[in-house]
Design a binder for this molecule. Structure first.
Ligand SMILES: O=C(O)C(=O)C[C@]1(C(=O)O)C=C[C@@H](O)C=C1
Length: 140
C-alpha cells in the first residue's frame, strides 16, 4: 500500500506524515483491540510501528524520485476515496488476526517462534529498516 499512498502525496506535493490521521487511526484501533481482547497499549504500540514502517517506506520512495526528478504518476489512486478505505479494511483484518493469535503473541515462551514466522517479510519489497520497525513490537 505504501507506494499508492506515496505516489498520491508526490503528485499533490503533500507531506508524508499526517499526524491527525495517525492519532485518529491509533485511537480507533486501540479501542477496537481492547474490545477483542488485545490490550490497548500493546495494540497501539503495534499499529504505531506499522505507521513508522510505512513512513520509512514512503520516505525511501520519495528519495529515489527526488534523485531522478520524477514527474507525476498518472495512475496514482486517490488517497481519501480509494487508498485509505483499502488501508482501513486491511488494518481491520490485521486487528482480527492479532486477536485470533493473541494467545501465541502474548506468550513469552513463543517469542522466538513468532519472530521466525515473520522472516518471509524480509523477502518482500520492503527495506530491512521498514521490516525491522514493523516487527519490533512482536519481540518485546
Ligand atoms: O494515510 C496516510 O496518509 C498514510 O501515509 C498512512 C499512515 C498509516 O500508516 O496509517 C502513515 C503515515 C501518515 O502519517 C498517516 C497514516
Amino acid at each position: 500500500m505504501a507506494p499508492d499512498v506515496a505516489q498520491f502525496k508526490w503528485n499533490h506535493h503533500l507531506p508524508i506524515e499526517d499526524l491527525p490521521r495517525e492519532a485518529e487511526v491509533i485511537a480507533a484501533l486501540g479501542r477496537q483491540a481492547s474490545a477483542l481482547g488485545v490490550p490497548q497499549p500493546w495494540a497501539e504500540a503495534f499499529f504505531r510501528a506499522q505507521i513508522e514502517a510505512s513512513k520509512t517506506a514512503q520516505n525511501e520512495l520519495f528519495q529515489g524520485w527526488d534523485v531522478f526528478k520524477r514527474g507525476q504518476f498518472p495512475d496514482a489512486p486517490d488517497l481519501v476515496t480509494v487508498t485509505r478505505p483499502k488501508l482501513d479494511r486491511l488494518t481491520d483484518q490485521l486487528l482480527h488476526a492479532l486477536a485470533e493469535n493473541w494467545p501465541v503473541l502474548s506468550d513469552p515462551t513463543r517469542r522466538e517462534d513468532v519472530l521466525r514466522a515473520m522472516h518471509p517479510m524480509q523477502a518482500e519489497d520492503l527495506s530491512a529498516k521498514a521490516v525491522t520497525q514493523a516487527i519490533a513490537p512482536l519481540g518485546r
